[in-house]
Design a protein around this ligand. Structure first.
Ligand code: PBG
Length: 353
């Protein structure tokens, strides 16, 4: 049927007006607005839905007992002592959030050039995993694999003469992953962007009897300004020397993301991730369309800070901006979202039930 945009005729019920219109009334047989006329109609034709099942909630853990320290650049987000992380895991379980992710704030005295604390089976992450799994065995726990929370220089890998070493770093990451798996971690998520780390970790997990531990690869991870508040949260912002552009991707690239994702899948990744989120929705779509893999997206700290900060200032409706950003990820093809908004979004979704 031909769409008759533009042919001027009078609409049947249109009031006769003497005022000059910018353009005359149109004969529109097809009117997309009909499907938007009421909430029930909009619900009926809605293409994408966000559910609580789509959410992974990242938590920051810190030393101490009964501690909740606000992260200044992430309004509403706290660093939690292990006992409080368990309380948030309980909140997640009650809200039916399927999975939480753990990131440590490591005491400066425990940071060194090699990131040795990453391999301590009793480090904050491992303590948290054990405590959470003991009380809430049915919630998924994801652990980030990278050295930046543990190194004095804030880089994700080992350094020699200012260069980030690849293969030597991978050897350490493999050990870090095993320590986390031993503690009871369900999903190992390498975020370091070293070449070959997914394959090496998979092989070691399988060899050590952790065949069921999944790998979610930070497959297309860009060198981004949007990680700033996260680095505040884990205490690496001040110590980071230089930038991460020799290992994280150049934000101008898209085909390269497909090659990175393809490699991680070939090396055994069970799930792949694109990070950050909102500036990279095109990458999410290409990855999902190309590989049809479980595809995740990380709405990173800077994205959270922009929405939460603007909302706190009364500049935007924070709740609506949150939900709009999250469904945008679904529309782009994501199967799930790592987001600091997870509990608020889950509460909002519950209201609708
Ligand atoms: C560590 C890591 C980072 C994030 C997740 N894992 C920071 C970085 O690569 O510098 C960022 C998460 C966020 O900004 O919310 N490799």
């Amino acid at each position: 049927m031909a769409i008759k945009f533009g042919r001027p005729i009078e609409l049947r019920d249109a009031p006769k007006r003497q005022t000059a219109l910018a353009s005359p009334p149109l004969d529109l047989t097809i009117r997309p607005r009909r499907n938007r006329k009421a909430e029930w109609a909009r619900r009926l034709v809605r293409e994408n839905v966000l559910t609580t099942d789509d959410l992974i909630w990242p938590l920051f853990v810190v030393n101490g007992h009964n501690v909740r320290t606000p992260v200044a650049s992430m309004p509403g987000v706290d660093r939690l002592s292990v006992d409080q992380a368990v309380r948030d895991a309980e909140r997640a379980a009650k809200l039916d959030i399927p999975c939480i992710a753990l990131f440590p704030y490591t005491e400066p005295s425990l940071r060194d050039e090699q990131g040795s604390e990453a391999l301590n089976p009793d480090n904050l992450v491992c303590q948290s995993v054990r405590a959470i799994k003991k009380e809430f065995p049915d919630i998924g726990v994801l652990c980030d694999v990278a050295l930046d929370p543990f190194t004095s220089h804030g880089h994700d890998g080992l350094i020699e003469d200012g260069r980030i070493l690849n293969d030597e770093t991978v050897a350490v990451l493999v050990k870090q992953a095993l320590v986390q798996a031993e503690a009871g971690c369900d999903i190992i998520a390498p975020s370091d962007m070293m070449d070959g780390r997914v394959g090496a970790i998979r092989e070691a997990l399988d060899a050590e009897g952790f065949g069921d531990v999944q790998i979610m690869a930070y497959a297309a991870k860009y060198a981004s300004a949007f990680y700033g508040p996260f680095r505040d949260a884990i205490g690496s912002a001040k110590t980071l020397t230089g930038d991460k552009r020799t290992y994280q991707m150049d934000s101008a690239n898209s085909d390269e993301a497909l090659r990175e994702v393809e490699l991680d899948i070939a090396e055994g990744a069970d799930m792949v991730m694109v990070k950050p989120g909102m500036p990279y929705l095109d990458i999410v779509r290409r990855v999902k369309d190309t590989f049809a893999m479980p595809t995740f997206v990380y709405q990173v700290s800077g994205e959270y800070a922009m929405i939460a900060g603007a909302a706190r200032n009364g500049w935007i409706d924070g709740e609506r901006a949150m939900m709009e950003s999250l469904v945008g990820f679904k529309r782009a093809g994501a199967d799930g979202i790592l987001t600091y908004f997870a509990p608020q979004a889950a509460e909002k979704l519950r209201e609708r039930e």
